[in-house]
Design a protein around this ligand. Structure first.
Ligand code: MN
Length: 331
């Protein structure tokens, strides 16, 4: 839990800042990007000069970014101030998640770290880190409230995008009454809710659907590890012209299998190795699993990078899962 002093200090620093630099984690999801753009738009309305960037160049961002207001504040990562007086990091669980922008943390005057990952060490000079929060967007909403700021349709659309996605369309266990009240408050603002939902959830492509078909053919059940898994190769993406960020939702299909509590999707990386996404249907703390592999995340959604082959990656994961869930090995 962030302390009352941390909240007060964040408000004080942002209130007094003439120029604010905002960054989010590499390969941003709608919570990272939405939180960042919401705060950028809010601060800009109050007269601050803001610049925002993800470690990925704008040309490399997912299509749904086009549906978010505040994109006018986005710059290429190399165009951010070199020594920002005030740096805000959003949804980044650690300095390494800022990838090519990590160096800014050391060079900045004040670093306001806003995040909801349990594994966040609190790398800012001011840490608004609340693992109980459904989304970083929820924390930005509370920050704006504390700054007695008015919501605008632009800010609301960005925050809503973060909250609807990080709660699995308001279906995960983090969907508290408070989350739904905040969502209702955001929805009062006049943004195009249906258009935003379509950009976030129904904007695939025919090659993507074919890739999904291929993935589903590969679904494998490992009962002794309580695991269901599938994989995506670079060749699958290249053949169909599917961007890697378009594969983020594949795990949500695999996790619907009721035969296993843990679902994994392994995605081959450009430099070799696999990015492993894990989800639990409720009984396994997958953040604890990913920490064994140097990754991080939330109790029911986490990930890590594996440097070894597909077979070795799966074998290592199975070993850890069998060890933490010995009872599931029963016939
Ligand atoms: Mn998040």
């Amino acid at each position: 839990m962030a302390t009352a002093e941390a909240w007060d200090e964040a408000v004080r620093v942002l209130d007094g800042a003439e120029r604010v630099t905002l960054v989010c984690h590499v390969n941003p999801d709608p919570d990272a990007m939405g939180s960042m753009l919401a705060l950028a738009v809010f601060l800009a309305h109050r007269g601050a000069a803001v610049t925002a960037a993800s470690p990925n160049p704008p040309s490399d961002l997912p299509r749904w970014v086009e549906a978010l207001p505040g994109r006018e504040h986005l710059v290429a990562p190399g165009d951010l101030p070199k020594q920002p007086a005030v740096l805000v990091t959003l949804d980044a669980a650690g300095i390494d998640r800022l990838d090519g922008l990590s160096h800014l943390v050391e060079r900045a005057g004040a670093v306001i770290c806003i995040d909801h990952h349990r594994t966040n060490p609190g790398f800012g000079t001011i840490n608004i880190v609340e693992p109980e929060a459904s989304a970083t967007a929820e924390l930005v909403f509370r920050l704006i409230e504390r700054m007695s700021g008015d919501l605008t349709p632009e800010v609301a659309a960005c925050l809503y995008a973060g909250m609807v996605t990080d709660t699995g369309r308001f279906q995960f266990e983090n969907t508290s009454p408070e989350v739904l009240r905040i969502a209702a408050r955001l929805r009062e603002e006049a943004f195009d809710h249906a258009r935003l939902a379509q950009a976030l959830y129904a904007d695939g492509s025919v090659p993507y659907l074919r890739l999904l078909g291929r993935l589903l053919q590969r679904v494998t059940l490992v009962p002794e590890a309580n695991l269901v898994w599938a994989y995506v190769l670079r060749a699958d993406l290249e053949e169909g012209g599917v961007a890697i960020h378009e594969t983020d939702e594949l795990i949500d299909v695999v996790r619907t299998a009721r035969e296993a509590d843990v679902a994994a999707v392994l995605k081959e990386q450009v430099g070799g190795g696999f990015k492993v996404s894990l989800r639990s249907r409720g009984d396994t703390d997958v953040a604890a699993i990913t920490e064994r592999f140097g990754g991080g995340g939330h109790r029911l959604a986490a990930g890590y990078t594996s440097k070894v082959s597909l077979e070795e990656s799966v074998a290592a994961l199975v070993d850890v899962l069998v060890a933490v869930n010995p009872t599931t090995a029963a016939p």
